[in-house]
Structures are given as structure tokens and as C-alpha cells.
Design a protein around this ligand. Sequence first.
Ligand code: FAD
Length: 606
Amino acid sequence: MHFLRKGLGLVGRRGFATLTSSTKRAKAKKTLWTLGGLGGVAGLTYYLLRDEAYVADFQDAHAHVPQLAIHPVEGGAKGLPIVTHQIDDDVERETNIKKPRLVVVGGGWGAVSVLKNIDKDKYNITLISDNNYFLFTPLLPSATVGTLEMRSLLEPLRKIALRAGAHFLEARAVDIDLENNLVEVQSHGSDGHEGKSFYVPYDRVILAVGSTSITHGVDGIEHTHRLKTIRDAMDVRRKVTSNVEKAVLPTTSPEERKRLLSFVVCGGGPTGVEFAAELYDWMNEDLVKWFPKLLREDISVTIIQSRDHILNTFDVQISEYAERRFSRAKIDVVTNARVSRIEPDKVIYKLTNTDPPVFKEVPYGLCMWSTGIAMTPFAERLAEKLGTQVHKRCIKTDEYLRVKGIPDGSVFAIGDCATIENPRVLEHIMDIFHKADKAHNGLLTFEEFCTAVHDIRTRFPLTEQHLGEMMELFNTYDKDKNGRLDLEEMRIMLHDIDQKMTHLPATAQVASQQGAYLGKTLSQLADSRPDKCIAPFKYNYLGTLAYLGNTAVGEFNWGMHMVGGLWAMYLWRSVYWSQQVSARQRVNLSIDWTKRALFGRDLSTI
Ligand code: FAD
């Protein structure tokens, strides 16, 4: 009452204008309440209707189950059952069976990108993956210390497949019968029983099986952890937490505590560096807060890198920034060092820039192995079978992503498991030169040079991005400035082009661009074989990013470099947030980052 009286008094003193504005405020408040109420009622109605729809769908689904009979016939090189129909080839999808069969093996960046870009009306698509989820690998290091939850990085492949009208089989492809166009697949075993093998027939097959870690023949690799799968991240998280908890126990000696808290990363590429950065964040933000102070003194992170810089695929300015930042953070970066042996509790490495080489050792509680990629057993089997494949780490393809050595062009390979074989243009110099040298005088005029370049472009499409503007190219290689190009000058030009054609990196960016290319190209070619009228795959480098612990570094295709700063971390997050494959993943990421900012990381592991 006191407040009411005071309020009325105010009204009296301030007069009519005050009364009007307070009436307006009251009206606005009422409108807001009304709108809020209406919103609430609408929301509730929506949920009720949705639930009702679920029940109706459920009843509907049970009302009729139109399904074709499945009669696997036996055949192929091993006489296994051949899947002619799939269990979800129901009556509505019967037309599907008549379409060309496209089999996609793998469930990562390459495979998902194919599914997102393929015209689902053109093919009867089957996706085969040994996991039933797509993993957003670039954020995997963040899951190792609980910055992000594991589930936030996963999207069910079944949902992705169904959106593309594809069948999904969670099983492992073990071999490929090239004579009969059959992929040999094995289901996962359970309850002590082995999985069953069967064939999935294809008209075209895309292999996107990714890679495994390379071992370089180092002894003791089995003592290390990797970071390729969600299970790897779970193991690492469990190990990090359990080591820290063990270090706190009164029975742990100071030496043992130091060893338990020593984290060694073998490999200074983006994955190793990002893992070290996540550990650093975790130490500074959570460890110091929740664990005894002494641990901070005993903890150590060491990166062992064989080259003279970490992040050596980035510009040197970025590598040096990363090294300076890590040295301030007391992360020990050992460069020019090769791991020679790994024992259960220590890593032995050799410094390569000393003569004679010096051997050193570092004890560890967790050792992360992240030194590069190698072929999966499936890819290896195919490469062996083809014989022509001499590349040690990947299956070789041509510029249309068709696997080399398969004449009918029905097998494609993309992503980490594949590499496009670069042509050696220099080997064709005599042919190119003599064809263009119309006057037969051993010299090319500018016009003749243009003919030669056109010939190179047509025969070797991958050279396109290294040829550039014609006059500029001519002037660059006309070394004696006589307005003609002789054979030696042409040789230097072709040699330079060959040098520039490096292999594409094993990144999500390459895999997803290749997947998009194949998805679109195969949609166009549903009724014919890929041939000359189709443009070859062209990689469009957009840039690279790496997380460095509450900041990030990056380089972009337009030449800009991003070196540190808080804004860099927000840009890094925004890029990966926008690249998520579903809205659900985006919501999960936003929640995880907010939770971490408000409450810190979750320290429990199960
Ligand atoms: P993957 O994505 O590895 O997918 C392969 C799939 O095939 C998997 O689902 C696997 O289960 C399945 N498979 C394998 N064998 C079989 C089989 N026999 N039968 C059925 N299924 C099979 N790249 C970037 O561009 N930016 C980054 O920041 C970045 N960060 C990374 C961080 C980490 C920790 C890692 C490990 C990689 C990172 N990469 C990054 C690299 C990127 O993840 C890979 O280049 C990319 O995943 C390759 O895509 P892919 O489709 O070839 O293979």
C-alpha cells in the first residue's frame, strides 16, 4: 500500500504526461504477456500435435509393411550370398531397383559429401560404413579433455543416408570382386559369433574408406594412443583423467607423479598441435582450479617433431608464432627429432641435426602418436590386387577420380584413401614441342607457344592451375628475350609445372570437395560412362586453420594470414560451427561451448 500510495503521489506530482506513459507501459506489458501466453499455447499445441503424429505414424507403419521378398542368390568369386534387394526396398521404392546401383563405401567426409550432392532420383544408392555415425574430425582434439562432448561431434549416418534416399548398411567392406562388380561385405560379429559375409553388387562404387595411422616401423607403437576415431578420443580422455587422479594419490611417489603427468605428442602437425593446445587450456582453466596446486608444477607437455618447425605445412610466420606461444605456455617443442623407440614408460628419440646424432628420452604417462596416414586394410587389398598401384599410402586415381587400372571406370576413390596421379608433362616435351613448331625451326613463336599450351591443357587438365596467363608465361620463360622459346626454355617451363603439381593434402576439405564433385558428376552421367566431356576434378583451396589454446592461426586462399588473438578463436569456432552437417550438431556445439564458459569442463569420465 505504501508503494501504491507513493506511486499515486508521483502521478499527482508529475501530472498527466506521467500518467499517460505509465498507462502505455502497462498496455505494453499486457500485450507482451498476451503474446507470451499465445506463444506458449502455440508451442504446447505444436508438441501435442507432434506427439499425436508420432503415434499416428507408428500405427500407420504397422498398418501395412509393403516389402519385397529378399532372395539372396549365391555367386561371385567366393560363392557368397548376393544382395539383390534390400530390406527397405518396399513397394514405393520398387522403381529404385531398376536404377543403376551406386555403392558408397565409408561414412566420413568424402562419403557424406557424395550423398549430399547426388541426385537421389538417378541411382539406387547403398551406403556401407563400419560405423553408424559421421564424425566431425576437426573438433576431435576438443573432445579429449571434455571441452566438447563426444556426442556433439557425431551425426547418425542412417539419417544422412535416408535424406539422400540411400540404403544404409553398418558393416565392413573387406574386398572387392572386380570381375563381377561385387563389394564383399562382412557384418559385425556379436555374442562370440563371427559376422556374416555377403556381396553387394554395384554398377559404380565410390571408395571413401579414409586412412589409418602410419607407424614408420617404430617399435613399441602399441603403447601409444591415436586420435582418429571417437573411441580413440574416449580412451585419451579416460587416460588423461585417470593419470591426474592417480597423481593425487598419497601412494604415488614424486617421480611417478611427474611421469603420470608427462604428456608426449609424437608429430607436430595440426592434430598433435591441437591436442597439445587443448591440454594446455585444460591445465590452465580446470586443473589449477580443482586439483592440488602441486600438480601444476609437475605437469609437462612435449611435442616431438621431425621437421625444423611444428605446423610445417603452414606459412613459417604461423609456425613461429605457434612455437613462441607454446614456449610461453611451457609446452616443450623438440624439433629435428625422430622417435626411434617407444617403451611402456618412455619415448626414445634421436636429434637429427647433430653429428653424431644424439639420443634422448622422455618419460610419459600418455603418448599420442600423430605422424601421418597409411592405407586401411581394405584399400591395401585393392591396391595389391591391381598391381599397377605403386603409391605406398593411397589408391591412385586419374583426374576424374577413377581408380587407375580398372578399364571400365566403374570404381572411384576419394579422400584420404586416394591420390590423384600427377602426369609428368616433361616426359612429353618432344611431342608437344614438335607438334607446335609449325616452321620446324626449333623455335616457338608466341602463336606456336599458345598452341603448345592449349595441347598441354587438353592432355593434362591438372596443369591448368599452374599455367596462368599466356603472355606472362611466355615472357617468364623467354629467358634470352628473343621473342621465341627454344627447346631448353620449354624444358625449364615443363619442369617447373611438374614440380608445382604436388599431391593434394589428406584433409576434410579435399575429401568433401571430391565427394561433391563425384555426387554432381555421377548425377549427370547416370546413364553413361564418365568420358572426355566431363571436366576433371579441380581442388579449390580455401585455407587452413589450427587451434592453439584460446586462440587460433590460419591462412586463407586470398593470401591473408590469421595469427593469434581472441577473435581468431571465435572465427575458428564460427567456421567449424557453420560446417556442421546438421542443425542438431550446431545446437550441441553451442551448448557445449556455453557450458564450458559457465561451469568449466566436465572432469568425470565413464
Ligand atoms: P574419413 O572421414 O576418415 O572416413 C572414412 C570412413 O570410412 C569412416 O567412417 C570409417 O569408419 C569408414 N571405413 C573405413 N574402412 C571401412 C571399410 N572397410 N568398410 C566400411 N567402412 C569403412 N582436415 C581438415 O581439413 N581440417 C581439420 O581441421 C582437420 N582436423 C583433423 C583432426 C583430426 C583429429 C583428424 C584425425 C583428422 C583431421 N582432418 C582435418 C583430416 C580429415 O579428418 C580427413 O582428411 C578426412 O576425414 C578424410 O575424409 P575421408 O572421407 O577420406 O575419410
